[in-house]
Design a protein around this ligand. Structure first.
Ligand code: GLN
Length: 204
């Protein structure tokens, strides 16, 4: 399994560390050729307006959209979630989301005063409750979810971890202060998509 991480901009090094803690090495993706060589992609936190422009200038947008359409597994955190969404509120006018996740998301949705905070995140996977520290940094707020989106965790009455088939996304930063659970979950989703008949996990 070859996991890629979009390394145009933003917090990709912490994701590399989180995967390395799980014994998985990742490939930095900056060009269409890099993208063609990976089986899955992480879209990290950062600045979604800049990321949107760099997706265009790097030539990555179209090949990424094509792969997303074919069920390519992706994991977006914070700005990465904004990029994957179908509808951005308070975005820049020229900012274009990838539309792979049916959510309406508001950039910097927790306001200026509390634009960074930490709160406990609990994921109930059916068998057990997993608790982790949720680090929110100028975080987006999910305002609406489509009927095909599974909410895996809520915090302060907002969805904070969601899944839609091949797309996993968090408004917080599981690569900071997490316990590896969300990264492990993504690896299981990638395995499930690569070989569905052998999967031991059915999460939606
Ligand atoms: N507020 C940033 C944006 O709009 C996201 C912040 C983050 O990724 N930590 O893109």
């Amino acid at each position: 399994m070859n996991i890629g991480i979009l390394a145009l901009q933003g917090a990709f090094a912490a994701h590399e560390q989180a995967f390395s803690d799980l014994g998985v090495s990742v490939t930095r993706v900056k060009t269409p050729a890099d993208l063609a060589g990976v089986d899955a992609l992480v879209l990290p936190g950062g600045e979604s307006t800049t990321m949107s422009m760099l997706l265009d200038s790097s030539g990555l947008r179209t090949p990424l959209e094509i792969r997303l359409h074919d069920g390519f597994p992706v994991f977006g955190t914070c700005a990465g979630l904004i990029m994957l969404s179908s509808d951005i509120k308070d975005g820049r006018r020229d900012q274009r989301p990838l539309g792979a996740l049916s959510v309406t998301v508001r950039r910097n949705g927790y306001g200026r005063q509390i634009d960074s905070f930490e709160t406990p995140i609990i994921v109930d996977d059916g068998a057990q409750q997993i608790e982790m520290n949720g680090v929110f940094i100028r975080a987006p707020r999910i305002e609406e979810v489509g009927s095909n989106v599974v909410v895996l965790s809520m915090a302060n009455n907002d969805p904070v971890l969601v899944r839609q088939g091949n797309v996993l996304a968090a408004t917080f930063h599981p690569e900071l202060g997490g316990n590896g659970y969300v990264h492990q979950l993504f690896l299981e989703i990638v395995e499930e998509i690569e070989s569905p008949r052998h999967s031991k996990m059915v999460r939606n």
